[in-house]
Ligand binder design. Structure first.
Ligand code: F3S
Length: 288
């Protein structure tokens, strides 16, 4: 009989919960339009709900009137955006996750100390782009292969990671830097992976190993969801991404007895519940 094993860490992480609560409070109090530059968090289902409550998503600040309210996203904002917003005298509501703010402070500090900054993360992700703004010229390393022999010109390095980075990749990168760059004398390592990411990554490993099929619920645009998927797949090939309740679970769950469920950090709990309900209904149908 089909059984469901649910991860302990499901639904929003602390940073996303805080961001969504602040946005909802702002929307309920505001008499005029509230804007956000791009998505506040990386989950289209949640963004749709916020838009229904009148959140207006824009791609640039160009057409915003003076004193408009602008939400700054949970993954941080580049300095040029903050400067433009200041010039336009926008009312800023900053929902940057405290883990991201701490990472930004460390990045800024390392750059000011004259260290060559190495960011282990996805260079196209807004969180990393905001860091590159704080430490111009910093290296971004996405995978071990990016580390060539003697690529670093400085003898002192400061290594930080995207908050949603995989722990194993981060530690491997640090060790590879030391092995391939013997002239580097000092490496200041700051493990800036957030606690929620670490917990979910530890949990996905255990879960993937103990079920027939693992479902990772979340958006393909969410960095932490993609990493959970990748870790899960390495252990259990039958690991699938489920973005919403429209998915054909009947097809995915064929020949499965035990199903594991985990979610990304920006996946709402109601979506996880909907998927669980669908699985239970499927089980009932099979028993008929
Ligand atoms: Fe913050 Fe970590 Fe969530 S950085 S937004 S608590 S995944």
């Amino acid at each position: 009989m089909l059984s469901v094993k649910l991860a302990k860490n499901i639904g929003f992480c602390s940073g996303v919960r805080r961001a969504v609560t602040i946005v909802e409070e702002t929307l309920s109090k505001s008499k005029s339009k509230v804007y956000s530059l791009g998505a506040v968090i990386h989950n289209p289902e949640v963004i749709k709900q916020l838009q229904e409550k009148n959140l207006c998503i824009v791609n640039s600040l160009d057409n915003l009137d003076v004193s408009s309210t602008l939400i700054l996203p949970s993954h941080g904002s580049p300095r040029n955006i903050l400067n433009t917003a200041e010039k336009k005298k926008l009312r800023l509501i900053d929902v940057t996750c405290p883990y991201v703010s701490l990472l930004q402070k460390i990045c800024d500090m390392l750059h000011k100390q004259g260290l060559e900054v190495i960011i282990v993360g996805d260079r196209k992700h807004p969180e990393v782009r905001a860091l590159l703004d704080l430490a111009p010229g910093a290296y971004t390393i996405e995978k071990i292969k990016d580390i060539k022999k003697d690529i670093f010109s400085y003898k002192k390095l400061g290594v930080i990671s995207q908050t949603t980075q995989t722990k194993d990749v981060f530690f491997e990168v640090v060790s590879e830097i030391l092995q391939k760059n013997p002239l580097v004398k000092e490496v200041h390592v700051y493990n800036t992976i957030c606690l929620d990411t670490v917990r979910r990554q530890n949990e996905v490993k255990k879960l993937a190993d103990s079920v027939d099929i693992l479902l990772v619920i979340g958006s393909r645009h969410s960095a932490n969801t993609k990493r959970l998927l990748c870790i899960g797949r390495k252990i259990n090939r039958r690991t699938y991404l489920v973005e919403n309740a429209k998915v054909n679970l009947n097809k995915i769950l064929k020949k499965a007895n035990k199903v594991g469920l985990i979610s990304g950090a920006s996946t709402p709990q109601w979506l996880v519940k909907e998927i669980v309900k669908k699985i239970i209904n499927l089980r009932k149908e099979k028993l008929k």
